[in-house]
Design a binder for this molecule. Structure first.
Ligand code: KIV
Length: 272
């Protein structure tokens, strides 16, 4: 290491647990490619999720179901090459872990071996307990995902807020405890009432990362494309847009087209 290079303290699953103990909030964003990963890592993000939302925002599918394990590995490989500090978590895609813990283990091993990422995430509560425990036997850290679980969209029927009713809320609290006992190092909770998410965060020692789950949890995650305004159609109440990149980039492209058509670009200093 040269004298100019500062040693970075990499974010590990233990660092996240330490952050929860100290009451320090965890910031997490998605990334699916090298360039974005470099930007969010340079900005100091704690966790990068190579989410199966790649199916929506990268591939244009309506749901997260079509994205394949090979495609997730490709995205994860690109992200890993761009990151120095953040913990990189990769979603196990639909069909790669449900109902078969051996397949879950094989899918998780492929992700870790072929991409160099640090952990996997999967959706569901008690029904995926066996898969979580089997993945952990290989020493692979697992993040859970409760509340609105988009891979089950055809069961729910809508993307509305989950666990408003007492029975589902109680089940969610129990599932979080089951995931903690199974060995998950953190859990994403999506689109549930803020009071319930806070109750869950208080009832477990592992970090709870919320999306549409209020401020009483241990950290927040957003889809990068939504947060920087690259997507326009998706505007849920929980989303804060920090930029309006769709319009900015569109404006830049329109300007370029105009300059090409008018022969303004390239000018004499932009050629050899
Ligand atoms: O795939 C994804 O982007 C996610 C987040 C919404 C948490 O799972």
């Amino acid at each position: 290491m040269s004298v100019h290079q500062k040693e970075v303290r990499k974010v590990t699953t233990h660092v996240l647990q330490e952050m929860k103990r100290k009451g320090e909030k965890i910031a997490m964003l998605t990334a699916y490619d090298y360039t974005t990963a470099r930007i969010v890592d340079a900005a100091g993000i704690d966790v990068i999720l190579v989410g199966d939302s790649a199916s929506n925002v990268m591939a244009g599918h309506e749901t997260t179901l079509p994205v394949t394990l090979d495609q997730m590995i490709y995205h994860a490989q690109s992200v890993v090459r761009g990151v120095d500090r953040a913990l990189i978590v990769v979603d196990l895609p639909f069909g790669s872990y449900q109902g078969n813990s051996k397949e879950a283990l094989n899918s998780a091993i492929r992700i870790m071996k072929e991409s160099g990422a640090h952990a996997v995430k999967l959706e569901g509560g008690r029904e995926v307990k066996e898969s979580i425990e089997r993945i952990l036997t290989a020493g692979i850290p697992v993040m859970g995902h409760l509340g609105l679980t988009p891979q089950s969209i055809y069961k729910f029927g809508t993307y509305t807020v989950r666990a408003r009713e007492e029975e589902e809320a109680q089940r969610l609290v129990e599932d979080a405890q089951i995931l903690e006992k199974s060995g998950c190092f953190a859990i994403v909770i999506e689109k549930v009432p803020a009071a319930l998410a806070e109750q869950v965060a208080k009832s477990v020692e592992i970090p709870i990362i919320g999306i549409g789950a209020g401020g009483g949890v241990d950290g927040q995650v957003l889809v990068y494309h939504d947060m920087v305004g690259l997507t326009k159609e998706f505007s849920p109440r929980f989303l804060r847009r920090y930029l309006n990149l769709f319009d900015e980039i569109k404006g830049g492209v329109e300007h370029y087209i105009k300059d090409v058509k008018s022969r303004d670009f390239p000018n004499s200093s932009e050629q050899y």
